[in-house]
Design a protein around this ligand. Sequence first.
Ligand code: NZQ
Ligand code: ZN
Length: 408
Amino acid sequence: MFLHRGTENKEIKMNFEFQNPTRIIFGAGNASRLGEVVAQYGKKALLVTGGGSVKRSGVFDRAASSLKAAGIGFAECSGVEPNPRITSVARGAEIARKEGCDVIVALGGGSVMDASKVIAAAALYDGDPWNMIYHGQKDVYAPSEALPVITVPTLAATGSEANCGAVITNEETTVKSFIQNPLLYPKAAVMDPELTVSVPKDQTAYGVCDLITHLTESYLNGSGNTPIQDRLAEGVILTALTWGPKAIADGSDVEARAQIMWAASVALIGWAQVGTNAPYPVHMMEHTVSAYHDITHAAGLSIINPAWMRFAAKSNAAKFVQFAERVFGLKAKSGHDLVCALAGIDRFEEFLRSIGCPTRFSELGIGDALFETYAKDTLKIVNDGKGNLPGRPPMSVEDMVGIFRSAL
Ligand code: NZQ
Ligand code: ZN
């Protein structure tokens, strides 16, 4: 899935096992059903929230009344930060244990949902929750149980509402990395696009960039022979290109919010990934950059992804031509595949700029001082055993530094 730790891309036939057990309840107005849904999984909830947006927008009060009406008591864990920290996970697990919570409700964006999933496992684990996060340690602790999680996304971006991954930062060691475990699939995702109308323009744009990047990663790093996943990815990207700018232009456009919300889910809940055997190198590099600078995840992606694409297109031009032709309507002239591939990447980058995403590190005030450190740290988390970051093509430290430098 999204953080697939593949080693090499091989031309293999599709061969996979796939189950996504999360029940999805989608549509405007469905937030009022939260209590009824939670009551099927527990009696006392830990309600996890971020820095206050849900309180300001009234979403918290609506969720609280729905829980109360269904007879569900709740304790609160608020203040989960964007790029959620392991200290917040530990705090949430402690509250869940102390308060006797038997179900976790994540009310927020990807950061709140990711923290909630790890809290769900950490609440039933006596050890340090950081042991569960893959950061290059010899013995990764794989949780054997977790409390049920219900997600209520308030931001369309990560797909975390219905996948089994979570990304957590350890601010002491400057590492941002992931856990992926089937136990972390939320039991249900209550997806109400009305909850996203308060998302500001920049975060809406970042969400669009994130969801598209989830698809370009599997599409462009995949092993081939996946025509269904290709068409699915192209369709969702085209949907995001159409509806993303509408949601940014008018945040109260619930139809646009709904299309983007569903696009973000479809982009990373497994269907576009199965059978592609694709690692996610742009994500791996971005997580390391985020660990050092605490930047918004998709701001990092919108800088690194086009730069990576220009590097990767040289050895995988045919797939990039397919992307340019099917997504941007370009046409390769015979013998000029790379020209068309690069033109498609230019169009993609123009789109990112048009919605207000940065495409150069300098826009975020980030210089080149740590480029080699990012590359080396990325390899500590994922590598192919030969000193390369898995991807199509695999990348050495020098390759990664070159990619970062080209986006300075
Ligand atoms: O913290 P609050 O006050 O809630 O404000 C948040 C935050 O400042 C705000 N926000 C959320 N919903 C809102 C809202 N503001 C107004 N109205 C609303 N309805 O938006 C800001 C960003 O929130 P955050 O949750 O951090 O954003 P996102 O959903 O993009 O999540 C990013 C995190 O998810 C990880 C990223 O690395 C990052 O840590 N990812 C998780 C993945 C997964 N689990 O599958 C995959 C992704 O590739 C990604 O790595
Ligand atoms: Zn992402």
